[in-house]
Design a protein around this ligand. Structure first.
Ligand code: AFP
Length: 331
């Protein structure tokens, strides 16, 4: 009978994120190492945010800070802190020339020679912080269009989701995970806190084509459009399981692993949908497509929707391919 220690040693600890990024750098069409560095900067900032999230209850970081962000949500202390952590890490790296964040009114021009534009929701689901429920960071990376070193233009910022060169999310859950794509499949890394490193735990992630989980805030069902109500009726007739955390990254991640659909439709309160195209839906749409799933606003592919505004909202149907198609067919 092997001792616990020797059986542990028999298993290699796996590939660290840094090593993985380096090994796969050549896949990327602009293989200059800049994008790799950018991903490392995001990983580092997420470790700092993870540390703050884990001790939030101890150091009075919970609770609202009193102000509201651009989208009108109450800003939580940790939202503000996460925004600062990510902005600092990305500004310091020098690869990012402009940053769009849920927490700021307009984009931030970082005044450098960087080739990349990043759209980020530094801490999504922040109303869940006080009750110890999973939250996340969502990011989209674009290549700038105007020449490096010149002032940032609208065409650099308002790019369609299909132009993302990388995207992903960090889930601060029962364990912390970083999941991302550069357009060559989706890989998931789990944070090992004692080593301070992310390790590849979910290589080449694929979402099941079909599923039995539907995730929607049914509290607003009185104002759903008829096709959404009809689809929900169908889910119930099929005895599907309802699961809704109210934290987009956590709901999305569960459905990615198990198969399912997440819907945030237009409601009376949010007639265009609640979620933000640029720093919530585009990233998750890129990830889900790379994992074999689908994302639309009920009709149009999310990645094809033209952007006219930084804080533009959209209805969001995302998850297993067959489930999203079925929901769209009710339209
Ligand atoms: P907060 O960051 O303000 O908590 O918003 C989170 C979110 O944008 C997204 O994570 C959830 O899926 C969605 O809102 C939940 O919204 P409802 O409470 O309206 O269902």
């Amino acid at each position: 009978m092997p001792s616990i220690e020797s059986s542990r040693i028999a298993h290699s600890i796996g590939t660290a994120l840094d090593r993985f990024i380096k090994n796969n750098q050549s896949q990327f069409q602009y293989a200059s190492g800049e994008l790799s560095q950018l991903l490392r900067d995001i990983a580092l900032a997420s470790k700092v945010v993870n540390r703050e999230v884990n001790k939030a209850g101890l150091i009075d970081l919970m609770g609202a800070v009193g102000s509201q962000n651009m989208a009108g949500d109450e800003q939580q202390k940790l939202d503000v802190l996460a925004n600062i952590r990510f902005t600092r890490a990305l500004a310091k790296g020098g690869e990012v020339c402009a940053l769009v964040s849920e927490e700021s009114d307009s984009f931030v021009d970082l005044n450098n020679e960087g080739q990349y534009v990043i759209a980020i929701d530094p801490l999504d689901g922040s109303s869940n912080i006080d009750v110890n429920v999973s939250i996340g960071t969502i990011f989209s990376i674009y290549r700038r269009k105007s020449p490096a070193g010149t002032p940032i233009q609208e065409l650099d910022i308002l790019q369609k989701g299909s132009e993302q060169v990388a995207a992903g999310y960090v889930l601060y859950g029962s364990s912390t995970m970083l999941v991302y794509t550069t357009g060559y499949g989706v890989n998931g890394f789990t944070y090992e806190p004692t080593l301070g490193e992310y390790f590849l735990s979910h290589p080449n992630m694929k979402i099941p084509e079909d599923g039995k989980i539907y995730s929607i805030n049914e509290g607003s069902s009185n104002s759903f459009a008829q096709p959404v109500s009809d689809y929900l009726k169908f889910c119930k007739e099929k005895n599907y399981t309802a699961r809704y955390i109210g934290s987009l990254v956590a709901d999305f991640h569960r459905n990615l692993l198990k198969g399912g659909i997440y819907i945030y439709p237009a409601t009376a309160k949010d007639p265009k949908g609640k979620l933000r195209l640029m720093y919530e839906c585009n990233a998750l749409a890129f990830v889900v497509e790379q994992a074999g799933g689908k994302a639309s606003d009920g009709k149009e592919r999310i990645l094809d929707i033209a952007l006219t505004d930084l804080h533009q909202r959209t209805a969001f149907f995302v998850g297993s391919k067959n489930m999203v198609e079925k929901a769209e067919n009710f339209n």
